[in-house]
Design a protein around this ligand. Sequence first.
Ligand SMILES: *Cc1c(COP(=O)(O)O)cnc(C)c1O
Length: 239
Amino acid sequence: RQNETLAMIASENHASEAVLEAQGSALTNKYAEGYPGERYYAGCEYADEVEQLAIDRAKELWGADHVNVQPHSGSQANMGVYLAMLDPGDKILSLDLTHGGHLSHGHPANFAGQTYEVEQYEVDAETGYVDYEGLDELAHSFDPDIIVSGYSAYPREVEWERIQETADAVDAYHLADIAHITGLVAAGVHSSPVGVADFVTGSTHKTIRAGRGGMILCDEEYADAIDNAVFPGTQGGPL
Ligand SMILES: *Cc1c(COP(=O)(O)O)cnc(C)c1O
């Protein structure tokens, strides 16, 4: 089907032979719970090397201080940030799914919607752009603990700084989820939220064309909280 048809699904890509080889390599046999140099299993010397290489490359590509490359997917990356920074019942302000948001941003069918109190902003019905003023007003009345930006179905550039200003004004964290645009951001054709938002998450198999997985980028001050939330907080061994 992939050889003979064109299915233009924005979240999909065609992995290179190198990625297919890497994901089907002997590394899949290895349990490497923990982080490079601090594992719970013997025989992790090559897992350490590979994970450190992934971390170093991600830091260089997106210019982040700290990167966790263990989330099994983008949804698990978001889960890691919530677990690290929120308590059950805390408040998330995010874009409505039907306006371009993602399940993991607090939809009632998702753990995020079931664990946290969620309020949602929308896109302007006339222009299709995020209603930044509406977002700001909602932030002031709802008083969220975290604001989520970055979307699944939004073919416009996101104004990270504008959302950061709102987050600063209401003393909320800002999570920028770049799952769909990791490649565009790395290539410099979409502005980067790294260094603007507190946390940047993404899937690794969309526009960056790596293997299936997820990642969290953040400042050094959140490194331990994020790493502990991913493992042992929500996951076992890394892929
Ligand atoms: C695809 C996507 C995710 C989650 O990705 P998975 O890797 O499928 O878990 C999270 N956020 C956004 C905005 C996405 O588009």
